[in-house]
Design a protein around this ligand. Structure first.
Ligand code: CO
Length: 327
């Protein structure tokens, strides 16, 4: 039997050791970090995927926002980008590719990131992504394993992009909802990053393919703590629960559920549709940020002022039987 998850297939790969390697791939963090001087380190990530929306320009925007997000999640400043392009010239006109790259370019400009090159191949289906390089001060960088008992937890964007983009493909999302989800996915985590640094966050990660619960589990396990999620405080995109109740779900959510089986505690009376959204894989999701309790109120106010989600969605406690407990 082949392994079910790529993570299993890759599990035998050993992380090379180097005194300047500060964050490698063995901790499931958002980006790799390599020190180049005492107060400066490279922070690098790569991500690419097939189109999740029909409009090529918007697809480019979303992909770029998603790619730079991994740098923001580490508290870094993204600087340069390399485009990764897989494109079927027999199925789409070259303008489609130009629009994808123009869309990405518009978001990179907003992030003050410069494209320095890229690589393209002909392929059977479109795939596009970017490799981003940034800088971070190693003393100020944030990993997904720094959460401390007593911290409060925030999520800066609402959940439900997997369910809603699936609904769009099935013509079950109206125009307003389609517009909103595209806006959400293409918005940068830049301000959220600046604010979490300013408010002394202990730990951060961005919510992507593993959904809120998968990424929360990684933060809890990596930090050797238990994270309690206040399920009624988690910000959701409108109609996400309703669409889930109609059976609009993704294969990714099913895989997340299977992967987390036995690792998290879910109350029997949790609304099953809310549960679907908590497992929903996100594209270009928000930052999950763990801040000291004393900073929580100021951080919340600053997020609110910036127009970001600002409720406390959970808390960090000393390690219990389950790494993640949903309340
Ligand atoms: Co990430």
């Amino acid at each position: 039997m082949p392994p079910k998850f790529l993570a299993e297939a890759l599990s035998s790969i050993k992380q090379a050791e180097h005194p300047d390697l500060l964050v490698g791939f063995n901790k499931a963090d958002d980006a790799g970090v390599y020190r180049i001087s005492p107060d400066s380190a490279l922070v690098q990530s790569v991500d690419f995927f097939p189109p999740i929306v029909d409009d090529p320009y918007q697809f480019g925007q979303i992909t770029a926002a998603n790619s730079v997000s991994d740098i923001y999640a580490m508290g870094g400043k993204p600087l340069t980008a390399l485009n990764i392009v897989c494109f079927p010239l027999d199925k789409f006109p070259p303008e489609t590719l130009t629009q994808i790259i123009d869309g990405a370019q518009s978001k990179l400009k907003e992030a003050d990131v410069t494209v320095v090159g890229g690589h393209s191949i002909k392929d059977k289906e479109i795939k596009f992504g970017l490799s981003i390089t940034g800088l971070v001060n190693p003393d100020k960088m944030l990993t997904n394993s720094g959460a401390k008992a007593g911290d409060k937890l925030f999520l800066t964007k609402p959940l439900g992009t997997g369910i809603i983009t699936t609904a769009i493909k099935q013509n079950k999302a109206d125009e307003a909802l389609t517009k909103l989800v595209i806006e959400t996915m293409s918005s940068l985590n830049k301000t959220a990053c600046e604010l979490m640094l300013k408010h002394n966050a202990h730990s951060a990660t961005d919510i992507t393919g593993f959904g809120l619960l998968g990424h929360t589990y990684e933060m809890a396990a990596g930090s050797e703590v238990t994270i309690r999620i206040f399920s009624d405080k988690v910000p959701l995109l409108p109609q996400a629960k309703e669409l889930a109740s109609e059976g609009i779900l993704t294969g990714g959510a099913a895989a997340n559920r299977e992967y987390l089986e036995g690792k998290i505690s879910i109350p029997d009376n949790l609304d099953p549709n809310l549960e679907h959204v908590l497992f929903d894989p996100q594209t270009s999701g928000g930052l999950l940020v763990s801040v000291p309790a004393g900073s929580a109120e100021h951080f919340s106010n600053a997020l609110k002022q910036a127009g970001l989600c600002h409720e406390i969605i959970g808390e960090v406690v000393a390690s219990e039987d389950s790494a993640v407990v949903i309340l």
